[in-house]
Design a binder for this molecule. Structure first.
Ligand code: KIV
Ligand code: ZN
Length: 518
């Protein structure tokens, strides 16, 4: 058994407090309980469950989470006033490990305009609030709101007062996301070196992402001596959000060579947590979001796919399974090369001859040029369609249709019949009717259309249409299917496919029977 000797960085999740303060991100009581259970399962050290004085709903949620969670510390937020602290204490009371987190602003701009308090009054409030909180629990966190815009000397005094009053965690928030990493790290170094009693408490980082620096700043804080990071799933939080929990945890894990720290978070649950928070809040996760975005392990360019197929480490610095993502996704699109296409065909169970492969690859490229996403089902339809029509006597080579509100709808079609080119134009009662009339004008037959059915192979307005056609002639039945991004092209091909089967049956003199061909 190996023991991890790296210093532990506590992960403090504030998705349900700072995250829920994000406009539009409210969570129901039941959803909060579900999320709290997952956070505990993940090994999050501290769960900030809410702001109990803010509403009865928040109070009840914090209390229920406190009763539910056994391993993680359950924390509630409160301002410096006694009512806030008492309400918070009441809410976290059922917890196995309760924490009261109390805060007050320390920057000149906040003290003057928001609190309208003189600095000395603020120091008194810090002393009073932390002392009161310590009457309820031994685990008290104190935060200097807007710490990064606070006069350094005043910040030192405020931190010292909080420590003397009994705070066990000192949080230095970059409330407005203003700091640079080197500045933020230096604040921690300075406080830890100069404030009496600093060696007996845990320093904590709490970074907002207004300049996109929240994760970088949090890591700089750890280098400066912080041993707790406050963060939220998917980076949820006020304005541009908080540091993203999944990014912090994976940065420390992946770059253990550069920063030798450990967290206790089970990383394979990160994607589940991200999806849960996205579903609960209705905030979509951006496709290129680090760690949990849909594209975080997706590769479309031929060069990258080729590299990935040779060795995943060419373009991936972590394994998708390690963060709970299904696996690497080689997205088939117009940038994909032959290597990836062959690999995809193999995955789908197709082994094609060289000629068939070249043909399928060309058709895939044509489809990818017209369609944003080429899904597995598109490729299956494309290969099956080619295989089904390889021996056909009649083929559609070009189709042009005039449709819309101004009738008559007209189809102009080029075909080959036994290799000879044919062309015609026809009108119809709607575009599909016009297409079928044009085909019938070239290929004489007495079949009646028994079934015409369209369905989308995949999702989206650019999905391929799969069309099924069933024809009946003198008791003989033939069915064919065809897929194409253009519904009318798929219709023409399916109709011609069924005719090809009827012709084959005619020449074989086959009895009336149903042919279910693909
Ligand atoms: O951003 C902030 O300063 C806060 C404190 C209340 C910790 O969220
Ligand atoms: Zn905050």
């Amino acid at each position: 058994m190996t023991t991890d000797t790296r210093p532990h960085v506590r992960i403090f999740d504030t998705t349900m407090r700072d995250g829920e303060q994000s406009p539009g991100a409210s969570m129901s009581h039941a959803e909060k309980l579900e999320l709290a259970a997952l956070l505990e399962e993940m090994g999050v050290d501290i769960i900030e469950a809410g702001f109990p004085i803010a509403s009865n709903g928040d109070f009840e949620a914090v209390r229920a989470i406190a009763a539910l969670v056994k391993e993680s510390v359950v924390c509630g937020l409160s301002r410096a006033g006694p009512k806030d602290i008492e309400r918070c204490a009441e809410a976290v009371r059922p917890a196995a490990r309760p924490r009261i987190h109390t805060f007050i602003s320390t920057s000149p701009i906040h003290m003057k305009h928001k609190l309208q308090m003189e600095p000395d009054r603020v120091l008194e409030a810090i002393h009073g609030s932390v002392t009161l909180a310590r009457n309820f629990t031994d685990d008290v966190e104190w935060s200097a709101e807007d710490a990064t815009r606070t006069d350094r000397d005043f910040l030192r005094r405020a931190v010292e007062v909080a420590i003397r009053a009994g705070a066990t965690t000192i949080n230095i928030p970059d409330t407005v996301g203003y700091s640079f990493p080197d500045e933020y790290g230096a604040i921690f170094r300075d406080l830890i070196e100069t404030v009496p009693g600093a060696d007996g408490v845990i320093f904590s980082a709490h970074c907002h992402n207004d300049l996109g620096l929240a994760v970088a700043n949090s890591l700089a804080a750890v280098q400066g001596g912080a041993r707790q990071i406050e963060c939220a799933i998917n980076g949820l939080g006020e304005r541009a959000g908080n540091a993203a929990l999944e990014e912090i945890v994976m940065a420390l894990r992946v770059r253990g060579d550069g920063m030798r720290f450990a967290t206790g978070v089970e990383t394979t649950l990160l994607s589940r947590a991200s999806k849960m928070v996205s579903q609960i809040t209705g905030f979509p996760v951006q496709y290129n979001k680090a760690i949990v975005g849909k594209n975080a392990f997706a590769h479309e360019s031929g060069i990258h796919q080729d590299g990935m197929l040779k060795n995943a480490q060419t373009y991936e610095i972590m394994r998708p399974e390690d963060v709970g993502q299904g696996g690497t996704n080689l997205v088939m699109g117009k940038h994909s090369g032959r290597h990836a296409f062959k690999d995809k065909l193999r995955d789908l169970g197709y082994v094609l001859s060289d000629n068939a492969f070249q043909d399928a690859f060309q058709r895939f490229k044509d489809l990818a040029d017209r369609k944003k996403h080429v899904y597995d089902d598109d490729i299956i339809a494309l290969v099956d369609d080619a295989a089904a029509h390889v021996d056909d006597a009649i083929k559609v080579t070009r189709l042009r249709v005039v449709a819309g509100t101004e009738g008559p709808q007209t189809a102009e079609i080029d075909m080959t019949v036994d290799g000879a080119p044919r062309w015609t134009t026809a009108r119809g009662n709607g575009p599909v009717d016009a297409v079928f009339n044009a085909i019938s004008a070239i290929v004489a037959h007495e079949a009646t259309l028994e079934l015409y059915q369209v369905h989308a192979v995949t999702e989206g307005t650019d999905a391929q249409a799969e069309v099924s056609v069933r024809l009946k002639e003198h008791g003989r039945i033939a069915v064919a299917r065809s897929a194409d991004a253009d519904t009318l092209v798929a219709s023409a091909k399916a109709y011609v496919g069924a005719l090809n089967r009827l012709i084959a049956k005619r020449s074989r003199g086959a009895d009336a029977q149903e042919s279910a061909a693909g």
